[in-house]
Write a protein that binds this ligand. Structure first.
Ligand code: SF4
Ligand code: SF4
Length: 123
């Protein structure tokens, strides 16, 4: 089908994610260290209370989903806007300490990126 006969619509690229090959190591480590993270029901309360989300594109719910889907490549870029104010934690009906989750994500992502760099150097 050509651009001209799409009647102004666009065909989106497939966005399927293979959970068989996804890297869920970080998500499992965080779930082990911050067990309340398992109680997240993706209600979006943290997102609506988020200070960074009011001023930037930062979306803590999206970050959470990316982590659980193993989409780690762009995650550290997503996290840079968090101000660590802790409002998300106060807003969470299940008491998930999202601020600590983000801190741990940053720490583990740094190690993960270092390992990727080391593996690439060896090739
Ligand atoms: S407010 Fe709590 S339960 Fe709701 S999406 Fe955020 S972390 Fe999950
Ligand atoms: S600590 Fe929570 S509320 Fe504050 S900027 Fe970061 S994600 Fe948003």
């Amino acid at each position: 089908m050509t651009e001209n006969n799409l009647f102004g619509y666009k065909i989106s690229k497939p966005r399927s994610i293979s959970m068989d090959s996804a890297d869920l190591s970080l998500a499992h480590e965080i779930l082990d260290k911050i067990p309340t993270f398992r109680l997240c029901i993706s209600c979006g309360g943290c997102t609506s209370a988020c200070t960074a989300g009011n001023f930037t594109d930062f979306n803590i719910r999206r970050v959470n989903l990316m982590l659980r889907r193993g989409q780690l490549e762009t995650l550290s870029k997503e996290l840079k806007d968090c101000m660590f104010c802790g409002k998300c934690y106060l807003a969470c009906p299940h008491g998930v300490n999202t601020r600590n989750v983000i801190l741990m994500m940053k720490e583990l992502l740094y190690e993960w990126e270092q390992n990727i760099d080391r593996r690439t150097e060896k090739l």
